[in-house]
Ligand binder design. Sequence first.
Ligand code: PLP
Length: 411
Amino acid sequence: MIPLDIEAVRGDFPILQKPLPKGLPLVYLDSGASAQKPQCVIDKEREVYENYYANAYRGVYRFGAIVDEELEGAREKVRQFIRAEHSDEIVFTSGCTMSLNLVASGWGKRNLKAGDEILINEMEHHANFVPWQQLAAQTGATCRFLPLTDDGRLEMARIGEVLSDKTKIVAVTGMSNMLGTLNPIDELAKKAHDAGAVIVVDGAQSVPHEHTDVVASGIDFLAFSGHKLYGPSGVGVLYGKRELLEQTAPILFGGHMIDRVYKDHSTWASSPAKFEAGTIQIAQAIALGAAIDYMGTLGMDKVQEHERNVLEYAYNRLQEIPGMRIYGPGVEHRGAITSFTIDGAHPEDLAQLLDRKGVFVRHGHHCTMPLHDLLGVSATVRASFGVYNSRDDVDALMDAIQFACQRLRLT
Ligand SMILES: Cc1ncc(COP(=O)(O)O)c(C=O)c1O
């Protein structure tokens, strides 16, 4: 396979061409929080506003028709990207968080009752944790936890202890936003189905970095955000198998989602309209289609290989730092994320000192408080990589960490 032309990729991202004050180059290592946007995505959003903007699914005049066509085109691109069977299985939402809440409230409240169980685990982002806690509180169901191994993987050997015919939902992340762990989704889906449960996959981190095939993997619901996939913020996706979306109640009510409104009751349209009440994120959803085209042009195989290469380099080099502790499994089980602490350095101080060198990382609990509790740390520093990062960025991170350690008098 011809490797990714990293210089050409970097050239696609205007923000990377602009030095920071004092001429410092930008070293952006926070794609796990939100990815930068290629020119084609920025251009697409602008194209909508400059050339044919109108509300969606309302006007028969020509702009309305163009917007509808573009939106349905974007929906079709999402369908192909995650290899879903039908485009009515693709719902535009405001983001991964809303998609997961839609499943918990729309499907969960209808299908769970006291005594039922939801299987989660401690590596989940709060977006794939709190909605299940709430669902349990509202229905009388219980959250069970699949234990984690010491190196931050799901302890699959113990799944029989927590998965049973009481389990109605298995909710799991495709890739941990803190540990980077890649979870065995196909195996989990099979086990969930054997137990009679549905599997809900939080794809916020996995979809931008790994091939996704909802049918081959047996995924029932998949949630992800546009902004981590090099697309605009404000738009996300919920994929649901057609028959499951039919069983899902809408959680937002109003225009567009209805079939017929009477004075005393209303009936609903079918999916996806049923879940897209009000004016949706028109330009953002259309530009998400451009982001997917962009990833398709790069090729997900090449993206995966390139990020793996950068990750391996980072993982090995970070271990040169005295007092370094990297959380999570070895590189063979992780995607392009490394979270770490350095003995004697507070993560916030570290992140601030790295910023002085133009290296942007995230610090804190990364919306994974139960995981930090389990690991016995209150905060970590996270370097997460995207298509535009290279080994040079890792070298810059290393130099910046050495600078920070000197400032903190650790060396
Ligand atoms: C694993 C994971 N799930 C869910 C989310 C929530 O995504 P959003 O804030 O775009 O809704 C994030 C965001 O960081 C994440 O990393």
